[in-house]
Design a protein around this ligand. Structure first.
Ligand code: B12
Ligand code: SF4
Length: 466
């Protein structure tokens, strides 16, 4: 069967996240491995928007689309265009958003909604569609019956053994590879060695999606993943890469023993770093150069308010450990719509005091399916998902909204670019990277662009992305 897998474009008025990262659609590369006996193409619409041309040339019998919350409108548009092209094409939507909010896709253009990890249902669904057999036996889907009603099948309880997964089908995105990047790493390859997180931060949907369960690849299997990567740089997109000391210690030993020469960035919690500073040093020796830290705030009150189960002392210690080892910190901070002016100042002072060179400020957003969403649902100002990009406030702000965005943008404006030049001296960044970094900061520091898509103030004439 001919099957087209589609990555939607981001729908956001602000170039922000698109400027910061555009990684490969690893989820689609993984789906492709589950049905490798079929004729499969991946269309990345962030790079190639002309789906009609692909539909015409490839003539798929099935189209599978993925969507995060911010991509819902784009995904619906894709499904409509597919059905306009040919109502006979079987359409399925899956991914993070639909798993948590399936009702949003009870629409004519959808034949089936996939709930959860693709390994739990995708191969069975493709087989049923190919054999034109009933969908009633396919686990973890909601499908449109003859009367246009959506029928819920039982959820799969299949446990995913990550060591048994095939390597991502990266050959299907080869034509886009030079475009994929994470911050200053271009070209870049994403590697995912674990799924899920044991913590329960109230703004995060990871533990909701995985039902609090965690699965991890063994160290040996991670080495296979790394060896299959062609780019010099790898971004580990695990939510907390240094979660299991024994495993990550072994991975580092194996990388060293096998003489693998690459550079790495990763995301991890500060408490994992503080528990094993020696592991950071070991990873730096084999190529770790940047870490995304969910620091979230400047005080214990902020961490407690989002149920981070962590402390500012631990954050401070982790910052020291990383800085002592020369690791670039990409510090992610939440900005609460409930903040007064002094809260912005407190955060800005903290960032400067701690000399955090790469910062990511996002507005605390009740993403659908999270605890925060359940708590604050009645206060939401909009259900337009394009505003849930964490660069807008979908909740009322304590300050007047224009003032809130001015102060939010100011956090980016105050970012000090001088440390970039130090990083150039140290050979960790190029001059071109610095220029791009400055462009990113300028875009994020323009408060008018936040207003353009604001649920209350917005004029909905979105500026084009840079
Ligand atoms: C890498 C990453 C990014 C990348 C790009 C991700 C992308 N898909 O475009 C970057 C850095 C750009 C990014 C940006 C953002 N991200 Co992000 N990101 C992640 C991260 C860490 C890993 C995602 C990943 O690739 N996992 C590995 C793959 C293999 O797993 P998967 O995507 O879940 O796919 C599996 C299933 O979902 C399913 N599946 C997926 N699609 C389909 C389709 C079909 C048809 C089927 C059958 C199955 C299926 O099968 C796959 C294999 O099992 C996740 C956290 C997480 N653990 O999921 C957050 C996460 C996805 N991001 C999130 C958010 C909020 C954002 C941002 C809004 C901003 C922000 N503050 O981070 C922006 C929005 C970008 C946008 N596209 O609009 C939220 C999404 C919540 C939601 N409801 O949408 C997550 C879950 C983090 C969180 N804390 O809650 N992100
Ligand atoms: S924010 Fe990070 S630590 Fe908190 S639940 Fe999500 S993935 Fe886990």
């Amino acid at each position: 069967m001919r099957i087209l897998l589609v990555q939607p474009d981001y729908v956001s008025g602000i170039g922000g996240f698109r400027m910061v990262a555009m990684p490969e659609p690893l989820h689609l590369e993984m789906l492709a491995t589950m049905i490798s006996e079929h004729d499969i193409q991946i269309l990345d619409m962030r790079i190639d928007a002309n789906i009609e041309e692909v539909l015409n040339e490839f003539q798929p019998e099935m189209v599978a689309v993925t969507a995060l919350t911010t991509e819902v409108a784009a995904a619906k548009d894709i499904l409509k265009r597919v059905k306009n092209f040919s109502p006979k094409i079987f359409t399925v939507i899956g991914g993070h958003h639909v798993t948590l909010m399936p009702d949003d896709f009870y629409i004519d253009d959808v034949n089936a909604i996939a709930i959860g990890q693709g390994e739990q249902m995708f191969a069975e669904l493709v087989m049923a569609v190919q054999n034109q057999s009933s969908l009633a036996d396919v686990p973890s889907i909601i499908w449109q019956g003859e009367n246009s009603d959506f029928i819920h099948n039982p959820l799969s309880n299949k446990k995913i053994d990550m060591d048994s997964l095939a390597l991502p089908a990266r050959e299907l995105t080869e034509k886009y590879r030079q475009e994929y990047f994470f911050l200053f790493d271009k070209p870049d390859t994403s590697v995912c060695t674990s799924r899920g997180c044991p913590f329960k931060c109230n703004f995060c949907s990871v533990h909701e999606f995985y039902g609090g369960k965690i699965s991890q690849m063994s160290a040996q299997r991670v080495i296979q993943e790394i060896l299959a990567v062609e780019t010099d740089h790898i971004t580990f997109i695990d939510d907390n890469f240094l979660m299991n000391y024994k495993r990550e210690n072994e991975i580092a030993d194996l990388i060293k023993a096998q003489g693998i020469k690459k550079s790495y960035s990763m995301e991890c919690r500060t408490d994992s770093i503080v528990k094993h500073p020696e592991l950071v040093k070991k990873w730096v020796d084999i190529g770790l150069y940047a870490v995304l830290l969910g620091l979230e705030g400047a005080g214990d009150d902020t961490l407690a308010s989002v149920n981070k189960s962590n402390s500012i002392d631990t954050n401070n210690r982790a910052i020291e450990i990383l800085q002592d080892n020369g690791v670039i910190i990409w510090g992610a901070f939440l900005v609460d719509p409930d903040w007064a002016q002094e809260d912005f100042k407190k955060l800005s002072d903290y960032v400067h005091q701690k000399k955090i060179t790469h910062t990511q400020y996002t507005v605390l957003t009740p993403l659908p399916g999270t605890e925060l969403y359940r708590q604050r649902h009645d206060e939401l100002l909009t259900h337009d998902y394009s505003c849930f990009d964490t660069l807008h406030s979908v909740l009322p702000t304590r300050l007047p909204r224009e003032k809130f965005y001015q102060l939010f943008a100011e956090l980016y404006r105050q970012s000090d670019v001088m440390p970039y030049y130090d990083l150039v001296q140290a050979g960790k960044m190029t001059i071109a990277d610095c220029r791009r970094g400055k462009q990113m900061l300028d875009a994020m520091a323009s408060w008018e662009s936040y207003v353009a898509n604001d649920p209350i103030l917005g004029v909905k004439t979105l500026p084009t992305m840079g």
